[in-house]
Design a protein around this ligand. Structure first.
Ligand code: PSV
Ligand code: MN
Ligand code: MN
Length: 424
């Protein structure tokens, strides 16, 4: 299904007076209002094709129905999200969960909805039917060269799919690791991973990047071969300019200072971008901003400061992507909430009085520095986001329109109450 623009306009019309009041109140205190609104309009976050179905755990999965049954329907869902928020203009594919068998048709369908393709993700963490060799003991780090070759070939195949779709990056997350001490020679595993990645790197087109994602544990519970940003940074440094480190917010041990990692990777030109989500305990993949929105703001504060210092364009210099899912929410609603949370953090970071903060830091005025950050963080920027959406042709309140228009019910009618999406 597609959401007609006039329905969004009608809903906006009804909410316009109330929006205007709230917007005027916040806008009165914002310097560079138009610049900030334009930055919000330009800022888009990629939607992962694997998050459009209800998530699950190994204990169960409870689908809400009307899930996309094919890549075409996933693209349709991202189109709906983008029509509502005008901030989700791309889709990131995981292969082989989604195989674009007819790339031209897939691209044309996406383009019709104003979408393009972001990074393509490879998958050597599961065995596929008809696969010759198993990844039970790893892929790119495997002790058996034949398994490594198979995994390398898969990654090169994913690049080929990506080229057909005009993607510009290959995102690699490996589950390779060990479950018990003694199982693996850790140095050997690292060296084999580097050697395998080098072969994949050599197959990258000139204008492509390879994004190396890290994660401390799960599915392996003793060691992970690319377990933290140091290991990923070491790999991406050895590989070369086209390799960078991808930060998935859920891939850190509790209370890690993620904003500091982000700041240093950015300084070194090695920040690939993000998999946004939130977490309480581990790689929970919860809705962005649902647990620790202050941390998200602090990350964006480093991003805005660091990117401005390096003359980077916020919207396009690095990869912005969601990697979240939820077991008890409508996936489209969940994604709308995640995009909103990311843009809220971004808008708040844009409000930080940077010259005043620099001065407070110079004066070692710790109290004032905290006040300056929290002044921005505690500003209700939602009317700014709504105004940016309105100017971009989206909905003042995407979630309300989604519900008023009974979109999920329409999808259930179209696709069935038992339609289940592919993915994890
Ligand atoms: C692994 O936990 C991960 O974050 C990687 O990005 C995978 O591609 C994705 O999740 C799979 O859901
Ligand atoms: Mn991830
Ligand atoms: Mn993850």
């Amino acid at each position: 299904m597609q959401l007609e623009k006039y329905k969004i306009d009608e809903a906006n019309h009804q909410q316009l007076n109330s929006h205007q009041r709230k917007f005027d109140f916040v806008a009165a205190d914002v310097k560079n209002l138009d610049t900030i609104l334009q930055k919000l309009i330009d800022f888009n976050i990629a939607i992962p094709s694997w998050a459009l179905g209800t998530g699950g755990t190994r204990f169960g999965r409870f689908s809400g129905g009307g899930e996309p049954r094919s890549l075409e329907e996933k693209i349709e869902d991202v189109g709906l999200i983008h029509a509502l928020n005008r901030s989700s203009n791309s889709i990131s594919l995981h292969i082989p969960w989604d195989i674009p068998s007819n790339a031209l048709a897939v691209k044309a369908h996406a383009a019709q909805l104003g979408l393009h393709f972001d990074a393509v993700n490879s998958n050597t963490f599961q065995d596929q039917p008809n696969q010759e060799l198993s990844y039970k003991f790893g892929s790119l780090h495997h002790v058996d060269k034949a398994v490594r070759k198979q995994a390398i070939a898969h990654n090169i195949e994913v690049i080929k799919y990506g080229v057909e779709l005009d993607s510009k990056a290959l995102s690699v997350w490996l589950s390779d690791g060990s479950n018990f001490p003694g199982q693996l020679n850790m140095r050997g595993a690292f060296e084999r991973t580097l050697e395998s990645l080098q072969e994949i790197y050599d197959a990258l087109p000139d204008d492509w990047k390879i994004w190396v994602e890290y994660k401390p544990y799960e599915p392996n519970f003793y060691s992970t071969t690319i377990g933290d940003w140091g290991q990923s940074y070491l790999l991406s440094s050895k590989l070369g300019q086209k390799a960078q480190t991808l930060v998935d917010l859920g891939h850190h041990l509790g209370s890690t200072n993620i904003e500091q990692i982000v700041s240093l990777l950015l300084m070194e030109g090695k920040l690939a971008g993000f998999h946004f989500n939130d977490s309480k305990y581990g790689d929970d993949d919860l809705t962005v901003g649902s647990i620790n929105p202050y941390q998200l703001f602090l990350i964006f504060n480093e991003l805005v400061e660091g990117m401005d210092a390096r003359g980077m364009t916020h919207a396009t210099s690095i990869g912005w992507m969601i990697d979240a899912s939820h077991n008890v929410k409508d996936p489209i609603e969940d994604l709308l909430q995640s995009v909103e949370a990311i843009k809220i953090a971004y808008a708040q970071a844009l409000l930080v009085d940077t010259p005043a903060l620099v001065q407070a830091q110079q004066d070692n005025d710790v109290v004032l520095a905290q006040e300056i950050l929290q002044q921005a963080y505690r500003t209700d920027v939602r009317p700014l986001l709504a105004e940016a959406r309105l100017r971009a042709g989206g909905a003042l309140n995407p979630l309300t329109v989604y519900r008023q228009q009974s979109i999920r019910q329409q999808l259930v009618n179209e696709r069935g109450a038992k339609a289940v999406s592919t993915g994890l």
